[in-house]
Ligand binder design. Structure first.
Ligand code: IVH
Length: 711
């Protein structure tokens, strides 16, 4: 019979299992457990840790998302500068570099190169060492101590709390693994943090749903994410980290780059699979030719190949120029770009009324995709480019973003019979006068009933993650509104057959719920089955609940999470509307009482419900039987009105996480002890604050006491 495990043994066992499966899932891309099985293990660990808070360690898989950095990110010097690379843009430049390398080394020495994909993200330096004081040191394990951004190359920013949320970054590496990889207990890993395409697309969908501007490309999105002050948001974004350097005290740890990559892999880091050691520059040229077509299928952005001299001893002799090593070079792929003609400009009206100029291009093949549309962003951008209809333009396609026009190509042979792009004064769809809010670049259609806006509202309402109405996509919405599929464009279906445009069947979201079978049967390509299925989907959406309705209404800045928090806080649409409809000060106060709702969001909500049409819509939807309640979840404010002072080092909680726990339970944390202080929480080496508490008769708690108070 197996002997029962003690809690600490079971906790360790669960952690080891979770680490193993995290590695399989996030580093090897070869999971063995289903998500549910993984979650079950994690829940078991969390329950045990809750029961035994004294056993919580910083490197536990349950502790990836921790406290927020208190006052922004602290600047920290690098162990050795994080340099950039010189670039080569063609084979000739690459061969010239190879020649320089060989000229600088004795002719008797062979030179081996390591080729790595050049990931388009941003570089990070991760410092590992013995226990950080929070976790157990467990016989020589290495713990992630600090993660720094590149910064200016000499000084980076400490983004450890965010780096910890990246699942492919090990929080600790057991002694046995270090030994297998030939690593000491203290070392530094450098590599690239990237946002995979799927995560990028998801992030932008969420931003758009919340009325925020989408990130231009995965690199910017990754850069913004790693500098976010909310680790729980970073955790949701699914950043990934690829290791490519291994250092110790600012020097390369191993005699070859190729063996360093192996050691990194063995110790549990994700290393790019395509890296390869090669004997000659001819092989390098071939590697590059093979790598370029991978761009469209990798699932993350690369913008070239990095070539490094393999032997560290040779690297040392080659040294550096001002800002870059002589022993490495970046071969940059040409941007996926093409030249084509700007045939015309469409002006698209979005859900919020924003008018976006979209370039209609002569179709051109760029990186395997036919591009016939590109964004021109706004009126300022058109002016900046100086582009005219009929011009030949350079179009670039980044990672999964809408192609953009980068410049006008001067073509002397092209007759300059070009036409100025006139930004409309009126909405191209409903003709109402466009407005531009002072200080903003965008022109907006402010007519709430503009058919283009209604179309976008309906599409948003039916979208996945919102009401999730299957069968209510572009084409169907267009038919229901009696519009062509692309407003301002030609009236064609997917097959190219013209659509018979009828009068609108619906004008508002509410009308969706009044649709009848006969209405739908009159539409193009809608048979009985399609009609019934759509009606069923629409009916089903009535039960989606308050959070989804709030999200579906498209209130500015109200994304999925905010909608959920609002729903849980107010419990019903009525209560929310009552709160939002008070005079400005009171409404602000009532709305900002919701977790994570600040003045900007509160104002947007109040403004939304001040519009008669919006109120009518909500009333209509309620009358039609849409569920507009949610289970109220009272945020525990057990410490309401209490003030705490933290002093000394607590055995398990960091100062930030203690503060966060107190604040999220409604308490306040102050820096100095006075008669008004409710409790002083004292840890090891508590100093004068503890003395003062004692002399004033303020109650003193230890960590366990605090946790008990928090329930
Ligand atoms: S080596 C001194 N290896 O490219 C050596 N960099 O243009 C510099 N990058 O700042 C870094 N993939 O952010 C190296 N496999 C790779 C890389 C890589 C992407 C980025 C890195 C660096 C930039 C230099």
């Amino acid at each position: 019979m197996a002997t029962a495990l003690t809690p600490d043994q079971e906790i360790e066992e669960l952690r080891d299992q979770l680490r193993h499966h995290e590695h399989l899932y996030y580093v090897e891309d070869a999971p063995e457990l289903t998500d549910a099985q993984y979650d079950a293990l994690m829940n078991r660990l969390k329950r045990l840790e809750e029961k035994h808070p004294e056993l919580v360690t910083a490197d536990s898989p349950s502790q990836r998302v921790g406290g927020k950095p208190k006052e922004g990110f602290v600047k920290m010097p690098h162990s050795r500068p994080m340099l950039s690379l010189d670039n080569a843009y063609n084979e000739e430049e690459l061969r010239a570099w190879d020649q320089r390398v060989r000229d600088a080394l004795p002719s008797t020495e062979a030179v081996r190169y390591v080729c790595e994909l050049k990931l388009d993200g941003l570089s990070l330096a991760l410092q590992y060492g013995p226990g950080s004081g929070l976790g157990s040191d467990k016989g020589g394990a290495a713990h992630l101590g600090r993660g720094l951004t590149r910064g200016d190359g000499s000084i980076g920013e400490d983004v450890t709390s965010n780096v910890r949320t990246i699942r492919s970054v090990p929080l600790s590496i057991p002694a046995a693994k270090l030994k297998a990889a030939g690593l000491p207990q203290s070392f530094e890993v450098r590599g690239e943090v990237v946002l995979p395409h799927a995560a990028f697309v998801k992030m932008n969908e969420e931003r758009e749903a919340a009325g925020q501007a989408p990130a231009a490309n995965p690199r910017n999105a990754a850069a913004g994410t790693i500098r976010t002050l909310e680790p729980n948001i970073v955790a949701q974004r699914r950043l990934d980290f690829y290791a490519y350097f291994l250092l110790k005290d600012g020097e390369f740890l191993l005699p070859q780059q190729s063996t360093a990559l192996e050691a990194l892999k063995t110790s549990g880091f994700r290393v790019n699979n395509y890296a390869k050691a090669l004997k000659s520059i001819d092989d390098v040229v071939k590697f590059i030719a093979d790598a370029e077509p991978l761009r469209d299928s990798l699932g993350y952005e690369i913008d070239g190949v990095v070539i490094k001299v393999d032997a560290t001893a040779q690297q040392r002799r080659l040294g550096f120029t001002g800002k870059a090593p002589r022993w490495a070079i970046a071969y940059k792929f040409a941007a996926r770009a093409g030249i084509t003609k700007l045939e015309g400009v469409l002006f698209q009206v979005g859900r919020t009324g924003k008018v976006t100029p979209v370039a209609a291009l002569t179709p051109v093949l760029i990186g395997g995709t036919t591009v016939s549309r590109a964004t021109l962003h706004n009126a300022d951008e058109i002016a900046r480019l100086g582009v005219r209809i009929g011009d030949f333009v350079q179009v670039e396609r980044g990672g999964d973003v809408i192609p953009k026009i980068v410049e006008v190509v001067e073509d002397k042979t092209h007759p300059r019979g070009t036409k100025e792009i006139v930004f409309p004064k009126n909405c191209p769809v409903c003709a109402s006068e466009l407005q531009r809010i002072e200080g903003e670049v965008d022109w907006r259609c402010v007519n709430n009933s503009c058919p283009a806006r209604v179309r976008e509202e309906l599409l948003h309402w039916s979208a996945r993650g919102v009401m999730n109405i299957e069968g209510l996509g572009d084409a169907m919405v267009a038919q229901l509104l009696g519009q062509s599929a692309e407003l301002g464009g030609d009236v064609v279906t997917e097959e190219g057959a013209p659509v018979v445009v009828r009068g609108p069947l619906i004008h508002t979201i509410g009308d969706l719920y009044r649709l009848k079978r006969e209405d739908l049967l009159g539409l193009e390509r809608v048979g009985e089955k399609t009609a019934d299925a759509l009606l069923e989907e629409i009916k089903r959406s009535k039960k989606a609940g308050l959070a989804r309705v709030l999200l579906g209404l498209g209130i500015r800045f109200v994304g999925e999470r905010t909608a959920q928090l609002l729903a849980e806080h107010f419990g019903s649409m009525d209560e929310l509307m009552t709160a939002a409809s008070q005079d400005a000060g009171k409404a602000g106060e009532a709305l900002e009482a919701v977790n994570e709702v600040g003045p900007k969001v509160a104002q947007a909500i109040a403004e939304f419900f001040a519009v008669e049409k919006n109120k009518d819509l909500v009333k209509d939807l309620a009358g039609l039987g849409l569920e507009m309640t949610a289970e109220k979840r009272v945020t525990t404010s057990t410490l309401e009105g209490l003030t705490f002072v933290l002093t000394g080092t607590l055995p398990n909680l960091t100062r930030e996480s203690a503060k966060e726990k107190i604040e999220s339970a409604g308490g306040r944390v102050s820096g100095s002890v006075s008669k008004k202080t409710s409790y002083v929480v004292a840890g090891e080496e508590a100093g004068s604050k503890l003395d003062k508490a004692n002399s004033l008769g303020v109650k003193v708690l230890d960590e366990a006491g605090l946790l008990e108070l928090l329930g």
